[in-house]
Design a protein around this ligand. Structure first.
Ligand code: MG
Length: 253
């Protein structure tokens, strides 16, 4: 009897851990000592903090290198119109060099428990979107990181290309203008929407879950908003305050 009770308690613990909302550091864990957005350090700090994932953004340079950067410019240089050599003369705020996708993934591979939430930024032309998406997926596959990388994008075109190239991956759409069921029909298997949008449309959380899709929200920084999203049953919260969010999500009350 005691054994059965123990087993029940153990199963319940597993179930509640499964159901718990998990935390993703937005652009890595950057607002901490010696870190910077989208830096290798921000990735290491996210791993040290034992978060679910570290989010980062990728862009394509003029000479076809996939680099990690949020904006489509670095200083006053447009990334798509400049070579990697020229762009990499600029440093990140913590003094690091701008990482290439390859360098970022090589570091990520050392932290097996940390998911790498890879955002492919929309580009000006469909050709550029095709090129960066194909290159990104190829690099991820070459490094055998298919199970550690999850994809997100504001571009429906990029999400649909991902669904063709890597249908087994978690792919979430960010824009917020398409219902979960419609996305599922396009082969896109997750939503990652602005948290206030889902706060006003909680039926989309249920619709996503009913369709076996994961729900993530961006970018949730205030305590009360983190609690609200947790209570709505989102699977993930993307935040600039990962330590506080983790504490709230792990709190059973
Ligand atoms: Mg991003």
């Amino acid at each position: 009897m005691k054994k059965i009770l123990l087993m029940c308690a153990f199963s319940a613990a597993i179930l509640s851990a499964e159901a718990q909302t998990k935390v993703i550091a937005h652009r890595g864990f950057w607002n901490t000592e010696n870190s910077a957005q989208n830096s290798i350090t921000s990735l290491k700090k996210a791993a040290e903090a034992k978060l679910y994932g570290s989010e980062f953004d990728v862009q394509l340079t003029k000479d076809g290198i996939v680099i990690v950067n949020h904006d489509d410019t670095i200083a006053d240089l447009t990334i798509s119109e400049n070579t990697f050599d020229r762009l990499s003369q600029h440093k990140l705020k913590n003094g690091e060099t701008i990482p290439t996708l390859e360098e970022y993934l090589d570091e990520g591979k050392k932290h097996k428990e940390l998911k790498l939430i890879l955002e492919i930024k929309p580009h000006k032309t469909e050709e550029q979107e095709k090129e960066i998406t194909e290159k990104t997926v190829r690099i991820v596959k070459e490094k055998k990181l298919e199970n550690q990388v999850e994809y997100i994008s504001f571009s429906k075109n990029i999400c649909q290309t991902l669904a063709k190239l890597t249908p087994e991956s978690n792919i979430s759409y960010l824009m917020g203008d398409i219902s979960p069921k419609e996305l599922k029909n396009m082969g896109i298997n997750g939503i990652d929407y602005y948290f206030r949008l889902l706060g006003n449309k909680p039926e989309w959380i249920k619709e996503a879950h009913d369709n076996n899709m994961k729900v993530n929200v961006w970018t949730v920084n205030k305590k009360e908003d983190i609690k609200e999203m947790k209570n709505l049953g989102t699977d993930f919260i993307t935040t600039d305050n990962p330590l506080e969010a983790k504490q709230i999500c792990e709190d059973n009350n």
